[in-house]
Design a protein around this ligand. Structure first.
Ligand code: FE
Length: 334
């Protein structure tokens, strides 16, 4: 004999799956940002709202191809990736749709989001100079441009030009200085290399710490991670170009997919990610700066000091990306 209580439980169990598949109470995210950097936030959002978030993580290129191949049938409502160059590229490939949101416009500075609203920065990384404290005095440093000077011969360490971070950096130099001057800068870098370009920022930092070179250009969070592991490492941050253009800024960010089934839900999640509750954690998990200026950075990140960041709109890294790749190739920057 079924009691009424058991019948009630059974009816809930059978009704709930139908409700869960309606598409309005779950959000699907494709993320090029790694699982340990997003899962704590998604768990918090679900705890707050009851909205379920399903996600897959992968390389940005793979996720972009998947979105294109899936077209209208994609289950994804949101794409999260790193670097404005990648976000710009996703928008160019037509997999994102514009979002109009006063909440996002207020939370995300205008230069750290797509002017057309296809994507919004959620955390900020600076691509800055790091030097060996036993070999270099900070007074010897000024900007990215000056690392092309003869005094840095065989002292400069760089990551490969194949990485979008460096493509964005050179794109910003192109936007600021034009082709002729940027060519000279990049050629100067190449002739100053202490070793062939490294495959990642951490290896570049370790080469400078080992004295292979004296100075490199990396994203701030890689410096933070390495320092956490090896507090005694003889490296320090230098904020370049403080008198003129400002430090090269970049973002991790997100946009709503063109064929989102749960567009409204995804916009709400995006607004929450840019808001005060999520921002401190979203940035701190990867030792980045919050995009929302109402939120303070993590104490370790704050200890690197304040600086003047470039006011350039980061979408420019996309518009100059092809030119930057050609220029680096011509300059022999591998
Ligand atoms: Fe990175």
């Amino acid at each position: 004999m079924f009691s009424r209580a058991i019948l009630f439980v059974l009816s809930v169990l059978f009704v709930f799956p139908a409700y869960a598949s309606s598409g309005t109470d779950k959000i699907v995210v494709y993320s090029a940002r790694k699982e340990h950097l997003i899962k704590p936030l998604f768990d918090l959002y679900t705890a707050n709202t009851g909205v379920k978030i399903e996600y897959i993580t992968g390389k940005e290129g793979v996720l972009l191809e998947r979105l294109k191949a899936e077209g209208k049938n994609t289950p994804a409502d949101m794409l999260i990736t790193v670097d404005a160059g990648n976000l710009w590229h996703a928008a160019q490939e037509g997999v994102l749709q514009p979002t109009k949101s006063e909440v996002l416009d207020a939370a995300v500075p205008a230069n750290l989001r797509d002017p057309a609203g296809n994507w919004f920065g959620l955390s900020v990384r600076a691509r800055t100079i790091v030097y060996n404290t036993e070999k270099v005095q900070p007074s010897q440093l000024s900007g990215y441009e000056a690392l092309a000077g003869e005094e840095w011969k065989k002292k400069l360490v760089l990551r490969t030009s194949k990485k979008v971070y460096n493509q964005s950096l050179v794109a910003s130099l192109l936007a600021e200085h034009g082709e002729e001057q940027t060519s000279k800068i990049v050629q100067g870098w190449v002739s100053n290399l202490a070793a062939a370009p490294f495959s990642n920022d951490t290896k570049a930092l370790e080469a400078v710490a080992a004295g292979i070179g004296h100075v490199t250009i990396v994203n701030t969070y890689y410096f933070g991670r390495l320092l956490k592991k090896k507090p005694e490492i003889p490296l320090a941050i230098f904020w370049p170009t403080q008198e003129s253009g400002g430090v090269h800024m970049n973002v991790s960010g997100a946009g709503i997919t063109k064929h989102a089934d749960n567009r409204d839900g995804a916009v709400k999640l995006l607004e929450w990610l840019a808001g005060e509750e999520a921002q401190a954690q979203f940035a701190a998990l990867n030792m980045e700066f919050p995009v929302n200026s109402a939120v303070k950075p993590d104490p370790v990140v704050a200890s690197w000091g304040t600086f003047h960041g470039s006011p350039l709109n980061v979408s420019v890294y996309g518009t100059f990306q092809t030119d930057a790749i050609k220029l680096m190739d011509k300059a022999g920057y591998k």
